[in-house]
Design a protein around this ligand. Structure first.
Ligand code: HEC
Length: 159
């Protein structure tokens, strides 16, 4: 008899421990979740975190405010938008950005000479590189491009 009482006692003990472990795990998971929430809450305006939380609904774009209408765009902006397609790749024999050897004889024409041929277009190069840049913007763009390719032109004064 004592053996059976003993094993019954052990069985109850096992169930009791099982319950303790199960409840303990649930409590632990809940604690971990709330700690994770608190950690996220510490940086509520981090756009990455915001995007992760609202990803299926919308993406928050903290874009730089658009340039005021009429404000001159930088040479780099125009270059990336309108010139990089040809002058990064060298397509149709376009002198590549950073190819000092290809640029040296062109740089010798001076900024005014380059501006003239860029405005008019030259062989496969469309007038103004196909951009809607003003002459001053186009000059800044040429300064950006040429100065990355061995020139040391001065940024043109805004007109
Ligand atoms: C469709 C391709 C294409 C695009 C877009 C383009 N270019 Fe060019 N570019 C060329 C080619 C090709 C040449 C070489 C022309 C030649 O000498 O035969 C060239 C030459 C030039 C030259 C040298 C001109 C000279 O007198 O030697 C300058 C400066 C220039 N590009 C500036 C620009 C700027 C600035 C932009 C953007 C606003 C631009 N290009 C966009 C193809 C392009």
């Amino acid at each position: 008899m004592s053996a059976s009482t003993n094993s019954e006692f052990n069985f109850q003990k096992i169930i009791a421990w099982g319950l303790i472990i199960a409840l303990g795990s649930i409590a632990f998971v809940l604690l971990a979740i709330s700690i994770a929430r608190m950690a996220q809450g510490n940086k509520p305006l981090d756009p990455e975190a915001v995007n992760m939380r609202i990803a299926p609904v919308a993406a928050v774009k903290l874009a730089a405010p658009a340039a005021a209408a009429g404000a001159a765009r930088s040479g780099e902006q125009i270059y990336n938008a309108s010139c990089a397609a040809c002058h990064n790749t060298g397509v149709a024999n376009a002198p590549k950005l950073g190819d000092n050897a290809a640029w040296a004889p062109r740089i010798a024409l001076g900024l005014d000479g380059l501006l003239k041929s860029a405005i008019a277009g030259k062989n496969a190069m469309p007038p103004k590189g196909g951009s809607d840049a003003s002459d001053t913007e186009l000059a800044s763009t040429i300064v950006y491009l040429a100065n990355k390719s061995g020139a040391s032109f001065k940024e043109p004064a805004a007109k």
